[in-house]
Ligand binder design. Structure first.
Ligand code: S3P
Length: 439
């Protein structure tokens, strides 16, 4: 382990058993803070993700003059300041590791009458921002980026925004949401069309806060000139966090896990379809609704997997689940191919490269392509892997270790706290062999 880094030593222990609830949805938590802050009145958020990413957004809105109380962990009371009530911050606004915070805030802050500077950590500082600053400039926003369109973002005071109709080349909920948030401050109707439908939390939540918005898969439109009305938000458990347990309980023989009240927004559950097509035994129970979002308990029993060609239409609906899917593919019989997923190269790490490199270190053959990979299922052995500071890669390797023949050392896992604080304890409780190792 490198000096000063936190790592894990993970090893197969026993079948995974029991019932667990994973933390609140990251995407919903960011948006709840943002819209509640801009609303008129007081909103209560339940199930808020106490992870570093969502807390970075919360800290930014405090810096912008919003009073946010924490009556208990996982709850927030947000005293909305209204659409034009934010105050400038002299200090830069630190998004940490959170791409969602930076991209959505670029749209929201582009509409303010004051300057702002958005910064991020080393990983976020390498991520592309022109996908948002380009269309925002067409709306009249003035945003300077760092070299090559990377952060930091210097957002200049708005002289008024103009709506646009935007046809996005990338399927990205962050791009769509940035433009819709800028559209709250624009003259006329902002329309965003996507090449593949992406998660629609911004649209649903804007509607819940009383803003007229029309949306269907692949298109969203709204006009400026309305107000947001405070409302309470119940954040469902994050499907992307549940995904690690879905894969783990599938590949560790003799397992049976129940994951409670998982968010089942259809734009998030692509992995479920793909795992089932590979042979997984996952049953939805107690389907219901929480805060306007579909939720269900997921019961998963271990089952043998076979490789498949992942249908391209599922890629956007499982964009955060590829590290977990690669591990499932490594444990499957035969080959799994992923194509049309070039976006994975610009996530918290280059997820095609980081996961492929780690799986190779554990004895699995992986052939990379620019937009995906072919994973040849096989026998995982022990070894040393790096997560490159990517939370989901770290958790995926913890899952891989549960079906490896020997211990796996996973370096650089501190960022797991960005999306899944307490993952190691919850995983151990379910039966993972997983120890924290501090250098
Ligand atoms: C997110 C959208 C996705 C996803 C990210 C969260 C969101 O990013 O990968 O973890 O909350 O809107 P892209 O919009 O870049 O696909």
């Amino acid at each position: 382990m490198q000096q000063g880094q936190q790592g894990w030593i993970a090893i197969r222990d026993r079948p995974l058993r029991g019932e667990l609830t994973v933390p609140g949805d990251k995407s919903v938590s960011h948006r709840a803070i943002m819209l509640a802050s801009l609303a008129d009145g007081v909103s209560r958020i339940e199930g808020f993700l106490e992870g570093e990413d969502a807390r970075a957004t919360e800290a930014i809105f405090r810096q912008l003059g919003v009073r946010i109380e924490t009556p208990e962990p996982g709850a927030r009371i947000v005293h909305g300041v209204g659409l034009d009530g934010l105050r400038p911050s002299v200090q830069p606004l630190d998004c940490g590791n959170a791409g969602t915070a930076m991209r959505l805030l670029s749209g929201l802050l582009a509409g303010q009458r004051f300057d702002s500077v958005l910064v991020g950590d080393a990983s976020l500082s390498k991520r592309p921002m022109r996908r948002v600053t380009g269309p925002l400039a067409r709306m009249g926003a003035c945003i300077e980026t760092g070299p090559d369109g990377r952060p930091p973002l210097r957002i200049h005071a708005s002289n008024g925004l103009q709506s646009i109709e935007f046809e996005s080349e990338v399927a990205s909920a962050q791009v769509k949401s940035a433009l819709l948030l800028a559209g709250l401050y624009a003259n006329g109707e902002t329309v965003v069309r996507e090449p593949q439908p992406t998660r629609d939390y911004s649209e649903r939540m804007l509607a819940a806060f009383g803003w007229p918005v029309a949306f269907s898969p692949g298109i969203a439109r709204l006009s400026g000139g309305h107000r947001l009305r405070a409302t309470d938000v119940a954040v469902p458990a994050d499907f992307s966090s549940a995904a690690f347990f879905l894969v783990a309980a599938t590949v560790v023989a003799g397992s049976e896990l129940r994951l409670r009240r998982v968010g089942m927004n259809p734009r998030r559950t692509g992995l479920l379809h793909v795992l089932r097509a590979m042979g997984a035994d996952i049953v939805e129970e107690n389907a219901g609704e929480q805060g306007g979002e579909p939720v269900a308990d997921l019961r998963v029993r271990s089952a043998p997997l076979r490789g498949i060609a992942v249908p391209r239409e599922h890629v956007a609906d499982m964009i955060d689940e590829f590290p977990a899917l690669f591990v499932a593919a490594a444990c499957a019989e035969g080959t799994t191919t992923v194509r049309g997923a070039a976006e994975l190269r610009v996530k918290e790490s280059d997820r095609i490269a980081t996961v492929a490199t780690g799986l190779r270190a554990l004895g699995i053959r992986v052939d990379e392509t620019p937009d995906g990979a072919t994973i040849h299922g096989g026998r995982l052995r022990g070894g040393v892997v790096g997560s490159h500071g990517d939370h989901r890669v770290a958790m995926a390797f913890a899952v891989a270790a549960q079906c490896a023949t020997d211990a796996v050392t996973i370096n650089d896992v501190a960022n797991v706290a960005t999306s899944f604080p307490g993952f190691d304890a919850l995983a151990r409780g379910a039966g993972f062999g997983l120890e924290v190792a501090e250098s």
